[in-house]
Design a binder for this molecule. Structure first.
Ligand code: GSH
Length: 217
Protein backbone atom coordinates (compact mmCIF):
# COMPACT_ATOMS: atom_id res chain seq x y z
CA UNK A 1 0.00 0.00 0.00
CA UNK A 2 1.30 3.47 -0.90
CA UNK A 3 1.57 5.91 2.03
CA UNK A 4 1.40 9.67 1.49
CA UNK A 5 2.18 12.25 4.18
CA UNK A 6 0.20 15.39 3.47
CA UNK A 7 -0.87 18.80 4.79
CA UNK A 8 -4.05 20.39 3.45
CA UNK A 9 -3.47 22.29 0.19
CA UNK A 10 0.32 21.90 0.37
CA UNK A 11 2.52 20.57 -2.46
CA UNK A 12 1.63 17.03 -1.39
CA UNK A 13 -1.72 17.75 -3.05
CA UNK A 14 0.04 16.93 -6.36
CA UNK A 15 0.62 13.25 -5.49
CA UNK A 16 -2.78 13.05 -3.78
CA UNK A 17 -4.49 14.30 -6.95
CA UNK A 18 -2.45 11.86 -9.09
CA UNK A 19 -3.38 8.94 -6.80
CA UNK A 20 -7.06 9.83 -7.18
CA UNK A 21 -6.81 10.24 -10.96
CA UNK A 22 -5.12 6.83 -11.16
CA UNK A 23 -7.60 5.18 -8.77
CA UNK A 24 -4.79 3.65 -6.70
CA UNK A 25 -5.33 2.60 -3.08
CA UNK A 26 -3.31 4.66 -0.58
CA UNK A 27 -3.01 5.52 3.08
CA UNK A 28 -3.21 9.29 3.66
CA UNK A 29 -1.40 10.56 6.74
CA UNK A 30 -2.42 14.12 7.56
CA UNK A 31 -0.07 16.45 9.40
CA UNK A 32 -0.50 19.94 10.85
CA UNK A 33 1.49 22.65 9.03
CA UNK A 34 4.40 23.03 9.34
CA UNK A 35 5.11 19.50 10.61
CA UNK A 36 8.62 20.39 11.80
CA UNK A 37 6.98 22.71 14.39
CA UNK A 38 3.62 21.02 15.14
CA UNK A 39 4.47 17.34 14.57
CA UNK A 40 8.13 17.09 15.60
CA UNK A 41 7.94 13.28 15.66
CA UNK A 42 7.60 13.43 11.85
CA UNK A 43 11.31 14.38 11.67
CA UNK A 44 12.01 10.77 12.64
CA UNK A 45 10.18 9.64 9.49
CA UNK A 46 11.41 12.42 7.19
CA UNK A 47 14.45 14.32 8.53
CA UNK A 48 13.74 17.13 6.00
CA UNK A 49 10.47 17.80 7.85
CA UNK A 50 8.79 18.63 4.53
CA UNK A 51 5.75 17.20 2.81
CA UNK A 52 5.12 15.34 0.62
CA UNK A 53 6.73 12.12 1.67
CA UNK A 54 5.59 9.13 -0.37
CA UNK A 55 6.50 5.59 0.58
CA UNK A 56 5.87 2.78 -1.90
CA UNK A 57 7.64 -0.40 -0.79
CA UNK A 58 11.35 0.37 -0.84
CA UNK A 59 10.77 3.71 -2.60
CA UNK A 60 10.78 6.96 -0.57
CA UNK A 61 10.28 10.26 -2.36
CA UNK A 62 10.03 13.89 -1.18
CA UNK A 63 9.70 15.92 -4.43
CA UNK A 64 6.09 16.47 -5.47
CA UNK A 65 6.61 16.73 -9.25
CA UNK A 66 8.95 13.73 -9.28
CA UNK A 67 6.40 11.72 -7.27
CA UNK A 68 3.67 12.50 -9.81
CA UNK A 69 6.02 11.44 -12.63
CA UNK A 70 6.86 8.26 -10.69
CA UNK A 71 3.21 7.37 -10.02
CA UNK A 72 2.04 7.75 -13.63
CA UNK A 73 5.00 5.85 -15.05
CA UNK A 74 5.46 3.13 -12.40
CA UNK A 75 1.74 2.58 -11.85
CA UNK A 76 0.55 3.04 -15.45
CA UNK A 77 -0.09 2.58 -18.23
CA UNK A 78 -2.17 5.75 -18.13
CA UNK A 79 -2.87 8.68 -20.47
CA UNK A 80 -1.60 10.90 -17.64
CA UNK A 81 1.92 9.95 -18.76
CA UNK A 82 3.34 11.09 -22.09
CA UNK A 83 5.56 8.40 -23.60
CA UNK A 84 9.11 8.96 -24.84
CA UNK A 85 7.92 8.16 -28.34
CA UNK A 86 5.22 10.88 -28.31
CA UNK A 87 5.99 14.29 -29.85
CA UNK A 88 4.95 16.07 -26.65
CA UNK A 89 7.34 14.10 -24.39
CA UNK A 90 9.80 17.00 -23.89
CA UNK A 91 7.02 19.56 -23.45
CA UNK A 92 5.40 17.24 -20.90
CA UNK A 93 8.54 16.92 -18.78
CA UNK A 94 9.10 20.65 -19.04
CA UNK A 95 5.60 21.57 -17.80
CA UNK A 96 5.73 18.88 -15.12
CA UNK A 97 8.83 20.45 -13.59
CA UNK A 98 7.91 24.05 -14.49
CA UNK A 99 4.92 23.67 -12.13
CA UNK A 100 7.20 23.26 -9.11
CA UNK A 101 10.56 24.79 -10.00
CA UNK A 102 9.32 27.91 -11.79
CA UNK A 103 5.77 28.54 -10.55
CA UNK A 104 5.68 27.34 -6.94
CA UNK A 105 9.08 28.65 -5.84
CA UNK A 106 8.16 32.38 -6.08
CA UNK A 107 4.85 31.73 -4.34
CA UNK A 108 6.67 30.11 -1.42
CA UNK A 109 8.54 33.41 -0.97
CA UNK A 110 5.29 35.40 -1.16
CA UNK A 111 3.81 33.20 1.57
CA UNK A 112 6.89 33.26 3.74
CA UNK A 113 7.40 37.02 3.69
CA UNK A 114 3.73 37.96 3.94
CA UNK A 115 2.53 35.36 6.44
CA UNK A 116 4.90 32.83 7.96
CA UNK A 117 7.75 35.00 9.22
CA UNK A 118 7.34 36.76 12.58
CA UNK A 119 5.83 40.25 12.12
CA UNK A 120 9.19 42.06 12.34
CA UNK A 121 10.80 39.91 9.63
CA UNK A 122 7.96 40.21 7.10
CA UNK A 123 8.69 42.11 3.90
CA UNK A 124 5.92 43.56 1.71
CA UNK A 125 8.59 44.29 -0.91
CA UNK A 126 9.74 40.67 -1.18
CA UNK A 127 6.10 39.48 -1.26
CA UNK A 128 5.18 41.99 -4.01
CA UNK A 129 8.32 41.34 -6.07
CA UNK A 130 7.84 37.56 -6.06
CA UNK A 131 4.13 37.84 -6.81
CA UNK A 132 5.18 39.84 -9.91
CA UNK A 133 7.77 37.17 -10.71
CA UNK A 134 5.05 34.51 -10.48
CA UNK A 135 2.74 36.40 -12.84
CA UNK A 136 5.64 36.96 -15.28
CA UNK A 137 6.26 33.20 -15.44
CA UNK A 138 2.54 32.46 -15.64
CA UNK A 139 2.50 34.20 -19.04
CA UNK A 140 3.93 31.01 -20.52
CA UNK A 141 0.87 29.10 -19.29
CA UNK A 142 -1.50 31.77 -20.60
CA UNK A 143 0.13 31.47 -24.05
CA UNK A 144 0.14 27.66 -24.07
CA UNK A 145 -3.61 27.61 -23.47
CA UNK A 146 -4.50 29.92 -26.36
CA UNK A 147 -5.73 27.11 -28.61
CA UNK A 148 -5.77 24.23 -26.24
CA UNK A 149 -7.72 22.99 -23.20
CA UNK A 150 -4.72 21.38 -21.49
CA UNK A 151 -0.98 22.11 -21.50
CA UNK A 152 0.35 19.46 -23.84
CA UNK A 153 -0.32 16.25 -25.77
CA UNK A 154 -3.94 17.30 -26.42
CA UNK A 155 -5.15 15.71 -23.17
CA UNK A 156 -5.09 16.01 -19.38
CA UNK A 157 -1.73 14.74 -18.10
CA UNK A 158 0.48 14.76 -15.02
CA UNK A 159 1.82 18.14 -16.24
CA UNK A 160 -1.63 19.64 -15.63
CA UNK A 161 -1.55 18.26 -12.08
CA UNK A 162 1.81 19.91 -11.45
CA UNK A 163 0.87 23.31 -12.90
CA UNK A 164 -2.69 22.96 -11.56
CA UNK A 165 -1.35 22.76 -8.01
CA UNK A 166 0.53 26.04 -8.51
CA UNK A 167 -2.82 27.59 -9.48
CA UNK A 168 -4.48 26.08 -6.39
CA UNK A 169 -1.79 27.64 -4.21
CA UNK A 170 -2.20 31.00 -5.99
CA UNK A 171 -5.92 30.77 -5.31
CA UNK A 172 -5.38 30.04 -1.61
CA UNK A 173 -2.97 32.97 -1.16
CA UNK A 174 -5.20 35.46 -2.95
CA UNK A 175 -3.45 35.75 -6.33
CA UNK A 176 -6.10 34.10 -8.53
CA UNK A 177 -7.94 37.37 -9.19
CA UNK A 178 -5.07 38.40 -11.47
CA UNK A 179 -5.02 35.25 -13.62
CA UNK A 180 -5.27 35.92 -17.37
CA UNK A 181 -8.46 34.71 -19.11
CA UNK A 182 -6.97 31.45 -20.42
CA UNK A 183 -5.45 30.53 -17.06
CA UNK A 184 -8.67 31.44 -15.22
CA UNK A 185 -10.75 29.20 -17.53
CA UNK A 186 -8.17 26.38 -17.27
CA UNK A 187 -8.21 26.58 -13.46
CA UNK A 188 -12.02 26.24 -13.54
CA UNK A 189 -11.74 23.20 -15.87
CA UNK A 190 -9.20 21.51 -13.59
CA UNK A 191 -11.36 21.98 -10.49
CA UNK A 192 -14.28 20.29 -12.23
CA UNK A 193 -12.39 17.05 -12.72
CA UNK A 194 -13.66 14.13 -10.65
CA UNK A 195 -10.09 13.27 -9.65
CA UNK A 196 -9.50 16.81 -8.33
CA UNK A 197 -12.76 16.76 -6.37
CA UNK A 198 -12.03 13.34 -4.90
CA UNK A 199 -8.60 14.58 -3.77
CA UNK A 200 -10.13 17.63 -2.03
CA UNK A 201 -12.71 15.38 -0.37
CA UNK A 202 -10.06 12.87 0.71
CA UNK A 203 -7.91 15.52 2.40
CA UNK A 204 -10.94 17.06 4.11
CA UNK A 205 -12.20 13.72 5.45
CA UNK A 206 -8.74 12.52 6.51
CA UNK A 207 -8.03 15.90 8.15
CA UNK A 208 -11.24 15.62 10.20
CA UNK A 209 -10.70 11.96 11.11
CA UNK A 210 -7.07 12.50 12.10
CA UNK A 211 -7.76 15.89 13.73
CA UNK A 212 -4.91 17.47 11.77
CA UNK A 213 -6.01 21.07 11.36
CA UNK A 214 -3.68 22.38 8.69
CA UNK A 215 -5.42 25.39 7.19
CA UNK A 216 -2.38 27.53 6.86
CA UNK A 217 -3.44 30.01 4.17
N1 GSH B 1 10.36 20.90 -3.92
C1 GSH B 1 9.63 20.19 -2.89
C2 GSH B 1 9.31 21.19 -1.78
C3 GSH B 1 8.73 20.51 -0.55
C4 GSH B 1 8.33 21.57 0.48
O1 GSH B 1 9.10 22.52 0.77
N2 GSH B 1 7.12 21.43 1.02
C5 GSH B 1 6.62 22.45 1.94
C6 GSH B 1 5.09 22.46 1.92
S1 GSH B 1 4.33 22.98 0.47
C7 GSH B 1 6.99 22.13 3.37
O2 GSH B 1 7.00 20.98 3.74
N3 GSH B 1 7.26 23.17 4.18
C8 GSH B 1 7.45 23.01 5.57
C9 GSH B 1 8.85 23.28 6.00
O3 GSH B 1 9.68 23.67 5.15
O4 GSH B 1 9.13 23.11 7.17
C10 GSH B 1 8.37 19.58 -3.51
O5 GSH B 1 7.99 19.92 -4.64
O6 GSH B 1 7.75 18.70 -2.90
Amino acid sequence: MITLYHCTAARSFRPLWALEELGLPYDLKMLPFPPRVFAKEYLGTNPLGTIPLLIDGETRMTESAAIVQYLVTRHGPTPLAVGVDETAYGAWLNWLHFGEATLTFPQALVLRYSKFEPEERRSPQVATDYAKWFFGRLRAVEAALTDSEMLCAGRFTAADISVGYALLLADRIGLAGDFGPNVAAYWQRLQQRDGFRRAVKAETLAGEEQKAASHWW
